[in-house]
Design a binder for this molecule. Structure first.
Ligand code: NI
Length: 180
């Protein structure tokens, strides 16, 4: 069990392009994945990327298999560990929905994302992953993979009238947010 400090927006380590993982099935990679899982669970996150704990590698995790208390209206996403990911939109369709980030605590915004995507990459053993995803699943994958290229969701916001504090936007839900 190793809960790491989550870097916050303003830290230049969140703005780097992360390095590709070149060695799979190693104790070091397994330890990184475990740190990400422990840290995400502790924060009730829907996803977490290695740069958020200061590790400059293309590793993201997302999903939980259960409804997330930070996103109680959204369907569960299968728990996924995705390395060296590539995202391809499957159509031009976009949708806009509320998004938050553990590196941007206390805030939410309406963020446009592709509705239907394909994501490819590898699991920690080096086995290929190739999946189609839509809706919230696609949104979370795009959000986490953005972290690997120095993008935080506020950089994707188009309508800043839809950007605010969780306790103001959703007063009835702030109980779910804990330290967020
Ligand atoms: Ni994030």
């Amino acid at each position: 069990m190793s809960i790491k400090t989550i870097l916050k927006m303003g830290d230049p380590r969140l703005l780097r392009t992360a390095k590709l993982v070149t060695a799979f099935n190693t104790p070091e990679l397994d330890q990184l994945v475990q740190d990400l899982l422990d840290t995400m669970a502790d924060a009730n996150g829907a996803g977490l990327a290695a740069p958020q704990i200061g590790v400059d590698l293309q590793v993201v995790i997302f999903g939980s298999g259960a409804v997330n208390p930070r996103y109680p209206d959204e369907p569960p996403i299968p728990q996924t560990i995705l390395i060296n990911p590539v995202i391809t939109p499957l159509s031009d369709e976009e949708n806009t929905s509320w998004e938050g980030c553990l590196s941007v605590p206390g805030l939410r915004a309406q963020v446009p994302r592709w509705t239907h995507i394909r994501y490819t990459g590898f699991d920690p053993q080096g086995q290929p992953i190739d999946r189609a995803a839509s809706g919230f699943h696609a949104r979370v994958a795009q959000h986490e993979c953005d972290h690997l290229f120095g993008k935080l969701y506020p950089m994707r916001v188009r309508d800043f009238s839809q950007f605010g504090f969780v306790d103001v936007l959703f007063p009835e839900r702030s109980v779910f947010e804990g330290r967020q």
